[in-house]
Design a binder for this molecule. Structure first.
Ligand SMILES: [Zn+2]
Length: 419
């Protein structure tokens, strides 16, 4: 009845005779299947900036992820609902995801980054705020009050409101509302926050079930629980066990999560270890999404340790600043050496941009501030990352994941990143 299933395919453990937790799989949604591992491009406000959904389909995107916080503020969930849901609204007939808005709302509070290279003297406080950034969000046990970044108006998200907003947005996969902490919060705060996220997860499941029944004329929307616990092994494992086994009785039904989002700020040096803790605790037969991760080395680490899907704004955001991927690393295509370079951005890339345009032309577009620059660079970067994760999937099946990882990363990071 649920129209949402996940089936594990091959595991890295069997194809490479290692203890790695990576696997392939198939997520089935009412709007189509996703072969995993997969990279899901981000269209924050129901558009991948500067690129048509038709182009996203052509470049191999299997699904798109939009942001509940941004769509809540503009144009408002009612309008997306009236349009027939997120996919119809933006002319995308494949699967869609929305994140809960928790990360965006809470990062308004402190302005932190998603992946942080930790060092010994990293400042630790529960009131840490990025330099000169006004605190725009306040968390309490019931929810988060925040100020719109658009017009300064005050708003409030609770687990129930986030579920209502996301049901109206209508994505195939939604995320539970969680408190996203930073690596700088104290251990005591992380403990309290993890408990808050657990209680919010229960409230999300309850609200989700009621909305599913109320809106049974709409395609089923799956709900993923979001795992927190920062860099602490015991907290990470506890969070994964709590949400992984959570069953909330609502009107005679035992409601559980359809999958899980691995959330929170992550220490880059420990990324693989943290993901493996979660993967070890989570039910094997449910999908795991690593939220907000998209750098090539992080994607390999994620896949190797059992993450099934990924999303990140980085490929498109970087493209708009003329930073483009090549197999020899990321380069700034607007730099002088490319002015007379009549090769494609990457000779092995099969994207529309590389098939039809040269580095010299893209260099010219950026230098003359033509808006087509963003379109061509974004198509290339999104294709590069989507295809990279597709190749990881194939390499798991072939038993060549670790060879592929070593070859790709050895070449990609051989030169200093000059983007
Ligand atoms: Zn390309």
């Amino acid at each position: 009845m649920s129209q949402f299933t996940f089936e594990v395919g091959k595991t890295l453990a069997t194809t490479t005779s290692t203890s790695s937790l990576g696997r392939t799989g198939t997520i089935r949604t009412p709007h189509g299947d996703i072969q995993t591992p997969a990279f899901i491009p981000v269209g924050t406000k129901a558009t991948v900036k500067s690129v048509l959904t038709g182009s996203m389909k052509d470049l191999g995107a299997q699904a798109l992820l939009a942001n509940a916080y941004h769509l809540y503020l503009q144009p408002g969930p009612e309008i997306v609902d009236e349009a027939g849901g997120l996919g119809k609204f933006m002319n995308w007939d494949g699967p869609t995801f929305t994140d809960s808005g928790g990360f965006q709302v809470l990062s308004l509070g402190v302005g932190f980054k998603k992946v942080i290279a930790m060092n010994e003297d990293t400042f630790r406080s529960d009131e840490v705020i990025a330099d000169k950034k006004e605190r725009l969000a306040h968390v309490d046990d019931d929810g988060v009050t925040f100020k719109s970044h658009l017009d300064g108006s005050m708003h409030r998200f609770t687990p129930e409101i986030s579920m209502k907003v996301q049901h109206k947005l209508g994505a195939d996969i939604m995320f539970a509302f969680d408190e996203c902490t930073t690596l700088h919060n104290t251990r005591k705060y992380q403990e309290r926050s993890l408990e808050r996220t657990r209680l919010w997860a229960q409230r999300c499941l309850t609200a989700h079930h009621k909305l599913t029944v109320e809106r049974s004329h709409r395609p089923y929307q799956a709900l993923f629980g979001v795992l927190q616990g920062a860099q602490y092994e015991d907290l990470r494992r506890k969070g994964a066990r709590d949400l992984g086994s959570m069953k909330v009785p609502v009107d005679g039904a035992d409601v559980e999560f359809d999958g899980f989002g691995m959330g929170g700020a992550l220490d880059k040096g420990n990324l693989g270890t943290i993901i493996s803790w979660l993967a070890e605790e989570l039910p094997f037969n449910k999908p795991r999404h690593l939220l907000g991760i998209g750098e090539p080395d992080d994607l390999f680490v994620g896949v190797e340790n059992g993450a099934d899907t990924f999303d990140c704004v980085a490929p498109s955001r970087q493209a708009r600043t003329s930073a483009v991927f090549t197999e020899d690393g990321r380069v700034n295509i607007s730099n002088a050496p490319y002015r007379r370079d009549f090769n494609p951005i990457d000779e092995n890339c099969d994207c529309y941009t590389c098939a039809h345009y040269t580095r010299a032309y893209v260099n010219h577009l950026f230098r003359s501030k033509e808006i087509l620059a963003a379109t061509l660079a974004t198509i290339h970067n999104e294709r590069f990352i989507v295809r990279l994760v597709d190749r990881m999937r194939v390499s798991i099946v072939n038993g060549q994941f670790f060879d592929f990882k070593n070859d790709f990363l050895g070449r990609f990071y051989a030169k200093r990143d000059n983007a």
